[in-house]
Ligand binder design. Structure first.
Ligand SMILES: Nc1ncnc2c1ncn2[C@@H]1O[C@H](COP(=O)(O)OP(=O)(O)OP(=O)(O)O)[C@@H](O)[C@H]1O
Length: 281
């Protein structure tokens, strides 16, 4: 059993100062992405720039390929035996699929938070945050780990709720707290991009608002891409949106993308208008 020494100055400022050692924000770009499961083509030449430090929302009806596209952005698609893909994913201009780049480095650079909170339930809150370090073979001194736990939990908006019970199991937290713990775990390996696949769909409205506030804070230091079915959420948190559609069994494409306010207020395509106004999907 481990105990956390309280940091001399708990990192809980109202507006955390910019970290002088922070790296510049990263841009992610997908170029001409096509994807298949076996013979089934599910995405067709999808291109999208996800700007550095922005929050990009991927929206569209069920089955149009949003999650597949998201998983391609951190090389999880290739885990499916029948899966194939074409195209390029560039992180600040360098190819995420370059054979010279180790898979673990790609995953470290582009983290993922899933729909269902998935902390290690029997593992302590502290060790959940640090789990990614072990998985990626990153070594850190005890004092550094304590500071990292405090800072990641603070960034994930959970520090005040758990700082006095860091040795309690992660599985004992509420659903919303578990999701913020998973966000803290992702942040611990210092990703350049954070992918979030419907991160609030299993949560109540209050927890959802807390996660949304957390996302808006996090966008100061990590580029965020979120899949959401919740149009209000897309409007609340994202700077830009991409509307995916797979009509009549054809592969998914991006029908329209751009500034969120413009897409919701004056969409260019009638199908976007119908979708964001709840007329289908
Ligand atoms: N592991 C898989 N094996 C085979 N087909 C898959 C697999 N995962 C997804 N698909 C298929 O790929 C297509 C796109 O699915 P995907 O989950 O990416 O869509 P989505 O837009 O994220 O849907 P939802 O909003 O319901 O999550 C669907 O036709 C789906 O059935």
């Amino acid at each position: 059993m481990t105990t956390l020494q309280q940091p001399a100055q708990p990192a809980q400022p109202a507006q955390p100062p910019a970290d002088p050692a922070a790296r510049p924000l990263a841009e992610l770009e997908a170029r001409d992405i096509s994807a298949w499961f076996g013979q089934h083509k599910v995405l067709d030449r999808v291109s999208l720039v996800m700007p550095a430090g922005g929050i990009t929302a991927l929206i569209g009806p069920s089955g149009c390929g949003k999650s597949t596209f998201l998983r391609i952005l951190n090389r999880m698609h290739e885990l499916v035996p029948s899966a194939a893909l074409a195209g390029e994913v560039l992180l600040d201009g360098t190819d995420l699929y370059d054979p010279a780049r180790r898979l673990i480095d790609a995953r470290r650079a582009v983290g993922m938070v899933f729909q269902k909170p998935n902390p290690f339930p029997a593992m302590s809150i502290r060790d959940n945050v640090l789990a990614g370090l072990r998985l990626t073979g990153t070594k850190a001194a005890r004092a550094d780990k304590d500071a990292l736990v405090a800072s990641c939990l603070t960034k994930a908006g959970l520090w005040n709720e758990v700082k006095d019970r860091l040795d309690d199991p992660g599985g004992g937290l509420s659903g919303g707290q578990q999701q913020r713990l998973c966000i803290a775990r992702s942040l611990a390996i210092k990703p350049r991009v954070l992918l979030m696949d419907e991160p609030c769909s299993a949560l109540d409205p209050t927890s959802t608002r807390v996660i949304e506030e957390t996302m808006l804070e996090l966008a100061r230091e990590v580029t965020i891409v979120i899949v959401t079915h919740n149009m209000q959420q897309a409007a609340r948190v994202s700077d830009q949106c991409a509307f995916f559609l797979a009509s009549h069994g054809t592969p998914g494409v991006i029908v329209e993308h751009g500034d969120t306010t413009a897409m919701f207020g004056s969409p260019r395509d009638q199908r976007t208008s119908d979708y964001v106004n709840g007329r289908f999907g």
